[in-house]
Design a protein around this ligand. Sequence first.
Ligand code: ARG
Ligand code: ZN
Length: 861
Amino acid sequence: DPVRLAQYEAPNWLVEDVHLTFRLHPTATRVTSRIRFRPNPDSADRGFRLDGEDLKLLSASIDGRAVEPRIDAEGLSVDAPNDAFIWECEVEIDPKANTRLEGLYMSKGMYCTQCEAEGFRRITFYPDRPDVMAPFTVRIESDQPVMLSNGNPTASGDGWAEWHDPWPKPAYLFALVAGELRATSTTHRTSEGRDATLNVWVRPGDEDRTGYALDALKRSMEWDERVYGRAYDLEVFNLVAVDDFNMGAMENKGLNIFNSKYVLASPETATDRDYELIEGIVAHEYFHNWTGNRITCRDWFQLCLKEGLTVFRDKQFSGDVRGHAVKRIDDVLMLRARQFREDAGPLAHPVRPEEYVEINNFYTATVYEKGAEVIGMLRTLAGPEAYDRALTLYFDRHDGDAATIEDFFACFQEVTGNALTGFERWWSQAGTPRVTAVTHWSGDVLTLTLRQSTPATPGQPQKGPVWIPLATGVLSPDGKEVAPTQVLTLKTSEATFRLEGGIWRPSDGPAADPLPASVEPAPILSLNRGFSAPVILDRKVTDAERLILLAHDTDPFNRWEAGRQVAKEQLLRALDGGALDPAWFDALGRLVSDDSLEPAFRALALGLPSEDDIAQSLHDAGRTPDPARIHAIREDVLQGLAEAQAPLFRALVDALVTHGPYSPDAEAAGRRALRLRALDMLSRLDGGDAAAEVFATADNMTESLSALAILIRRGTGEAESGTFFTRWYDDPNTLDKWFSTVIGNAAPDEAVAVARRLTALPEFDPKTPNRFRSAVGALSANTAAFHHASGEGYRFLADWLIVLDPINPQTAARMTTAFETWRRYDGDRQGMMTDQLRRILATGPSRDVTEIATRLLGDAA
Ligand code: ARG
Ligand code: ZN
């Protein structure tokens, strides 16, 4: 049965404090707990139940007297006294057998934990819900040299260590690590004058790859003090890298645990993108210390309260350190590729879902990325100063609370005098709003009529209007800005605005008619600057207008966006057998060769919409995408562009060589990004000679890996692939790159065979999520290969999901979502995809996979 938001009830019992002792053993770890409970004044029910899963209960007592609880699959219950009491018990668990990687498990001989969302119940019996918060004292006994838990170290000796975390926290923030680990350390004096030791812990041999993460941590701490006035609050901050991990990282209080792929970096093994992700994720987890830990969530429906807000904060940080324009374009690319796609399919759900079967299935692009967009819109609507005041109020008022979205929003209402009433629908309504914009130019007055609608999503057939803040500028027909950015907010299903004297005002006049062709040249509108609202804009814009925006818009995001829209229209035209507009290649050439623009921006301008993006656009236009044809036509267009601008691409490859030692900074990374795009273009003319040269001489992973990908796409990378494998064979994170590059870039007709061959290698181990994602996930991301007409891509994925699910249901469920686009395609493909989903369901899979597969099938179940 699903859990429902509407059925929230306060806990019967609260926890005063918790004492845990771990006697670590690979297959028989003993955990004793001593928990002081007191009745919750907000609840009349004195029933006593604790969550617990896969635990062997050895003994239990209440106030020192042995009790015999009733145990079921999800926990235990026992008759409790009427007033405060002490619960003690001892359980045995088997970390080595824990391949789910939830609770206490082992990774390469190291003990570690993952408790969010509901993993703590696999460690001991406990009220495992975020609104039960308590200080924890932990004792670890083992023969491991390093033993860590949350909070501050209080004592240690031969074979034992004790930790105390004074900050009350929910069980999902509990963590323990024990193993042979080495630290790279520094100190940080907070703005409040306290000293903290910062440690990045890794396995022996990896110490030389920790510097960047440690530096990113220090910079994140300084940023949060400066920008949000939030300082760190313990004597130590530990960050541990683990190879076997279901997700990116986890913000456990004072003991962040990371997927090693988001910690370890050296120029030889990490790409520019890896460095950027490490910086962003270190910041994200650190920022959770205030948005997530000091203030946590009342229940899991409020997940976006900590995730949306923390993602928004990490994006602000990354923009500050790397440049806002390029960061915004990257973020919107990702939002559209993942969140818009989710919103358009059978898994669509609101930023705050109203029910779930398995909460792990709701760590989604919608909760994280759309959740962050919602915070961004609140900031745009309230203004930066009111935003700062609302956040300060939130931190002051709710420190130590398990809060709700309403609590957070109330702070905005208070500082704005209730100016935001009506905004709330953004977290209750699923689906991406469509906005149509129609302009009318009278010769001196510009009128803009905006209309919105949101398509039905599963369980939400009727939609209402949301508040849509559109940052808008106006250019003259010769490309001069005549009205600077102003935010027009569409609050109802339709509204008209009028531009007079350079200022937009709501217009009560009649709705504007479509722009008559005769009154040209009209001013040119630059709408939704900086992607101020996460919506799909639908507006008739001529190619000529787009080319002017591409050349002259003062808003870098919309400049890029204009180029993107032209590219998409050109690709759609080519798919229909039409000829490309030669002016497009020229305009692209001018932009890419414009040295006054940042190389990173020029690299983004050169990127064409992905095959998946084109497929979604066709589907939105009521057509059925053909993945093979999309792939072939897109490749033809790239070939045409390479031929039309050959000298430019040659010149860029030569001119953008980086001299001197590798540096991961944004400027250098941007130059490499542009050079590697040009190299890809050049490979379409020289058969890959230049790329082979780059592969042979590169001193950094960014260039090696891109060159390898280019060569594989050209079908000539055999030798280089072998070289790469031999060189990185015993480096797990780097070998993962080999799996994903070789499979992800293989030709549509060959990729499944390649993937089957690689997953048969002894180096492929489905128990390690990174390896599984690198191999199997790369095939589902290779659009034309996954959707191959033979159906073999679908079968390959399903075969492996069926293997993985009994091992690791969380990762299996996550990867099942690759089928979420099935309704876009033709009857044959729909049939083959739904057959695979039914085949998976017929194996009687985990709750995690059952929920996803069932929702994917919908009424086709
Ligand atoms: N809270 C972690 C983060 O965003 C992610 C935890 C994911 N948990 C899960 N069950 N999928 O930083
Ligand atoms: Zn997070």
